[in-house]
Write a protein that binds this ligand. Sequence first.
Ligand code: C2E
Ligand code: MG
Ligand code: MG
Ligand code: MG
Length: 281
Amino acid sequence: LSKKQGRHQFSFFDPFLQKIIDQQLDLEKDIINALAEGQFTAFFQPQLDMNEKIIGVEALLRWIHPEKGIIPPLHFLPVAEQYGLITQIEQCVFADACQLMNELLHLGLADEKFTIAVNISAVEFKSPRFKETLIEALNRFQLPANRFKLEVTESMLVHDIEDTIQQMNVLKSIGFRLSIDDFGTGYSSLNYLHAFPIDELKIDKSFTDKMLVSKSGKAVINAIISLAFNLGIKVIAEGVESEEQYHQLKQRYVSAIQGFLFAKPMEKSKLIEWIRNNLES
Ligand code: C2E
Ligand code: MG
Ligand code: MG
Ligand code: MG
């Protein structure tokens, strides 16, 4: 065996794989730079009751890139998670959410029920520092936790059940509300659902879509709604795009809706204008 062969014994060269790795590293550098430059911001999408009055918003991460424009979260969140950058990014979103709540309260545009939902990644949810960073942000603006709804995905209900329940109880005791995002896509055990101190199920867009298309689609949505009803928790439908979907949901036990039919995610100043119009109409 030549020396050269020996050295290369365990390495390989796959140009395709190499390209992916290079791209990820570029993206990682870009994200670090974006954090330093303050390019991450939250947009906000209204959530409405069944009288079409605003009851809150969901904060949705946006990367305002100086050359590439607005980059949607799913294009970079997986890499951010992988490289341990998600904590800092989510802190930006929560800070923006606090800032918005503070402004709405001062403007008299948020009644006592108005909440802001924020998405929490599983990595973040499990981190021991997580609740402290939330509390720090609340304290900075003197805001109560019950103005905020933490959206976690259904996968949190599948693994480490005991730990999840405990973490949820801590967050609830601080005052946060808890919502299960994309419900129906994550194989959670219905036997255990009642054990989690959750306030709301959020029907995934894929089911809102299927509701009008097939009998089985309708059956799934009915099942989720009756599950929520029997657990005594709220249910909100996401991704409502058509009048017909809205009409169908209105005939059921659904407490709130969110979707392009009513409003897309907007930057803060646009949202404030939108809220003013909604409250006047
Ligand atoms: P999600 O939490 O399920 O958020 C709803 C997504 O559906 C948003 O996409 C929203 O813009 C979109 N949407 C709402 N209504 C409609 C509709 O009527 N039609 C269509 N076609 N889409 C609608 P977005 O903003 O691209 O976010 C995608 C996902 O990225 C979110 O899904 C959430 O899982 C994740 N995400 C966003 N912000 C954050 C964040 O701050 N932290 C974490 N961990 N994840 C986030
Ligand atoms: Mg969400
Ligand atoms: Mg969702
Ligand atoms: Mg979804």
